[in-house]
Design a protein around this ligand. Structure first.
Ligand code: SF4
Length: 355
C-alpha cells in the first residue's frame, strides 16, 4: 500500500502541530485530531498509539501502520557528584549530540544543543575544537527535551527551564531553534513558558536582531567572556567581525519586555578576563542596556590551554560589580566533573561511569 504520510523516517516524534496537521489532512482526518495527537505526545508523553485514548481505535490503527513515536535513544549517561547528568543521544543519521539534565528542588534545568559541534571556534571551548558537523533539526532539539524528561521521570507540571547552551551557536540555526521553541512552549503540549527558555549566543549581531523580531521568543543571553576587543577576538573569533561596540548597540536595540534583562555570561579565565580593569570595563558594558551578570569560573578540560581564575579574583570582581549596582551572581557550572559544564560538551566521557 502506498504510504499516506510524508514521513521519510516513519517517526512522528518531534513533529510540530503544523506537521501533524498535514499528516491528519493526508489521512483525511479533521484538524482537531492533530491537536489531540500533539497533546498526547507532548503533554501525556504517550509513545504507543494504543495509549492515545483520545483517538478512535481506527485512527490509532492507521497511525500505527504508518509511523511510530520514538524519541532519541540515550547512548550514555554520566552522573556528576552534584546530581547533574550529561547524556549522549544518538541521532537517526548516526551523529550524536549531548545535553545535560540539572535537577533542583522544585524544578530542573535542561541544557540542550542546537548543532552537532560548532563553527564559532571559541578557543576556550571543547565544542569549538570539534568544528561544525551539522545543524540539528527542530525535532532533534524537541527530542532532547522529551528524552530527558521521560528518562528522568520529570513530574508533569513541575517547572523546567530550557537553555540553548549546549553544543552549537543557536543563532546560526535560528529557524530550527524557533520551531523547537514553538513546539515546546505550545499550551497544548509541554507548555514551557517562553520566559523559561533562554538562547545563548557568542555575539552574532544579525542573529540577535532577527531573534528580536519574534514574539513570543526566548530570553537572550550573551556569552561575553572578555572586555576588550583585543582579548575577545583572541578567544572568540566572532568578535573580529562583530566587535564589542557593535554588540552593545545590538543589545541596546533588542526589544525587551517589562522587567526583562539580557543575561551576560562572563567566564573568568586566568590572565585573560579576571583583572580589576576587566571588572571596570564589564561594568561599563553591562550598564548600556538592562542586564544581569553571571560570573562563571572557567572549567578546564583535557587539552585546554586555559586555566581557572583565583577564587580571590572571582570574588573581587563579584563585589565590585555588586557595589556598582549590577545584578550579579557567581555561578559554579554544574556538572564540572563530567565535562557537562559550560564549554565542555564534546564527548569526553566515553569511558566514564555510565548509568
Ligand atoms: S562557546 Fe559556544 S559559540 Fe563558542 S565554540 Fe563553544 S559552543 Fe560554539
Amino acid at each position: 500500500m502506498e504510504s499516506l504520510l510524508p514521513l521519510s523516517s516513519g517517526n512522528a516524534a518531534g513533529m510540530s502541530l503544523g506537521e501533524l496537521n498535514s499528516l491528519c489532512q493526508r489521512l483525511g482526518e479533521a484538524k482537531y485530531r492533530a491537536a489531540q495527537i500533539f497533546e498526547g505526545m507532548y503533554r501525556h508523553r504517550w509513545r504507543d498509539w494504543n495509549q492515545f485514548s483520545n483517538l478512535s481505535k481506527d485512527l490509532r490503527g492507521r497511525l500505527a501502520s504508518e509511523a511510530r513515536v520514538e524519541w532519541l535513544a540515550i547512548e550514555q549517561s554520566v552522573v556528576s557528584s552534584d546530581a547533574s547528568v550529561k547524556h549522549t543521544l544518538k541521532l537517526a543519521d548516526g551523529c550524536e549530540t549531548e545535553c545535560v539534565y540539572m535537577p533542583y528542588e522544585n524544578r530542573a534545568t535542561l541544557c540542550i544543543s542546537s548543532q552537532v559541534g560548532c563553527a564559532m571556534a571559541c578557543s576556550f571551548c571543547a565544542t569549538g575544537a570539534m568544528g561544525i558537523k551539522r545543524n540539528l533539526t527542530a525535532a532533534e532539539m524537541v527530542g532532547q527535551v522529551m528524552s530527558l524528561v521521560i528518562h528522568h521521570k520529570h513530574p508533569n507540571g513541575t517547572p523546567i527551564n530550557i537553555v540553548f547552551m549546549g553544543m552549537g551557536e543557536p543563532l546560526h540555526n535560528l529557524g530550527h531553534v524557533m520551531d523547537a521553541f514553538f513546539t515546546l512552549s505550545h499550551p497544548k503540549g509541554m507548555a514551557v513558558p517562553p520566559w523559561r527558555v533562554t538562547v545563548s549566543t557568542s555575539g552574532l549581531v544579525p542573529g540577535i536582531a532577527r531573534l528580536g523580531e519574534y514574539n513570543p521568543r526566548p530570553r537572550l543571553a550573551l556569552s561575553l567572556n572578555a572586555t576588550s576587543d583585543d582579548v575577545r577576538s583572541k578567544i572568540m573569533p566572532v568578535n573580529s567581525v562583530w566587535g564589542l561596540e557593535k554588540l552593545a548597540l545590538a543589545l541596546r536595540s533588542f526589544p525587551l519586555g517589562p522587567d526583562e534583562l539580557i543575561t551576560l555570561e562572563y567566564v573568568l579565565i586566568a590572565g585573560y578576563s579576571d583583572s580589576a580593569e576587566d571588572a571596570e570595563r564589564l561594568s561599563r558594558f553591562a550598564g548600556r542596556f538592562p542586564s544581569k551578570i553571571n560570573l562563571i569560573p572557567y572549567n578546564s578540560w583535557p587539552g585546554s590551554a586555559f586555566s581557572s581564575p583565583d577564587e580571590a579574583d572571582l570574588n573581587r570582581m563579584g563585589r565590585y560589580l555588586a557595589e556598582r549596582g549590577h545584578i550579579v551572581s557567581i555561578r559554579r557550572s554544574r556538572g564540572q566533573d563530567i565535562g557537562g559544564a559550560c564549554g565542555q560538551l564534546a564527548f569526553h566521557n566515553r569511558s566514564e561511569r555510565a548509568i
